[in-house]
Design a protein around this ligand. Structure first.
Ligand code: ATR
Length: 272
């Protein structure tokens, strides 16, 4: 039986084993999927042992995505762009491929919810690893332009500079966001985890159609509630679909079969 696991610390509450077990059932594949919690400095030893023991793929989450990026023998373009790896795959020749499926997970979920992304004007809030991981996949989905706004403007500017060869991308702090109409606003910060909000002008929502929060909770997140207060016509969603979407893309990398994410999102949602 093909064996996989998710690596993180802490990992006890990871939904990946559940999601991949549901994918396997849905697509009639037989796999085993566990969880592993190396010590903060123990990723390399743990992942080496893992592949020697015959496992063939891993998901990697916080705090090991950079360790996994360094561990891989070869990287996909989207993993290089993200500077982080969330999916490892042992190929026939024994080499380890490092991929990053987070951005594809977001793109898949946005398309599922609100249709194609081509021509859309996007505002991304935040300029950390979560933002870096989704820029190339969003540009590849042919969005018209991306503006990155971050509390610390210089970090947003660095990201925009890095990706400007790939598409139309601009940056600013929170106080000087250009007064253009954004179609879709994505909160890439973790501000909603503790019920907080990015300190940004509410006018960004006035003419926007969609607001997406990468964080998810059992109830609507603080960012979703705020977006709806600012614009009652706006449509909102949380990041549970992105989580299931990135898992589906990993499953596809490993098994060359694409699971349907919607029924799995529904099952996981009911368990939140
Ligand atoms: P991740 O890898 O999850 O993206 P990160 O690399 O630590 O995490 O980046 C977090 C991002 O969210 C940063 O852009 C941070 O802003 P700063 O660069 O100014 O620190 C942003 N962030 C986190 N909490 C925030 C909050 N409450 N309001 C605004 N921005 C926040």
């Amino acid at each position: 039986m093909d064996r996989y696991a998710v690596f993180g610390n802490p990992i006890e509450h990871s939904k990946s084993p559940l999601i991949h077990t549901l994918f396997a059932k849905q697509t009639q594949q037989v796999i085993e999927y566990g969880r592993q919690q190396p010590d903060a400095n123990g990723f390399n030893d743990a992942i080496n042992t893992f592949f020697i023991e015959g496992f063939i793929g891993a998901n990697v989450t916080s705090p090991f995505k950079l360790d996994a990026f360094r561990f891989a023998n070869e990287l996909t373009p989207r993993a290089k762009a993200a500077e982080a790896v969330n999916t490892l795959y042992k190929r026939q020749d024994g080499s380890i491929l490092g991929d990053n499926t987070d951005g594809a997970g977001l793109v898949q979920d946005l398309q599922r919810l609100w249709g194609e992304l081509n021509g859309k004007r996007l505002l991304l809030i935040g300029a950390g690893g979560a933002t870096r991981g989704v820029i190339l996949p969003l540009l590849t989905a042919k969005v018209q332009n991306i503006h990155i706004a971050n509390r610390t403007a210089s970090k947003a500017q660095q990201l925009a500079d890095r990706f400007k060869k790939e598409g139309a991308i601009t940056a600013s702090g929170f106080n000087d966001i250009p007064e253009i109409q954004f179609d879709l606003i994505v909160n890439c910060t973790s501000s909603s985890l503790d019920g907080g909000l990015p300190e940004i002008t509410p006018s960004i929502f006035t003419n926007a159609s969609y607001a997406y929060d990468m964080t998810y909770k059992a109830q609507a997140t603080s960012f979703m509630v705020w977006a709806e207060e600012c614009n009652p016509d706006i449509r909102t969603a949380d990041g549970l679909g992105m989580l299931v979407g990135q898992a589906a893309e990993s499953f596809y990398v490993w098994r060359n079969v694409r699971p349907k994410i919607e029924p799995i999102i529904e099952i996981v949602r009911e368990m939140l």
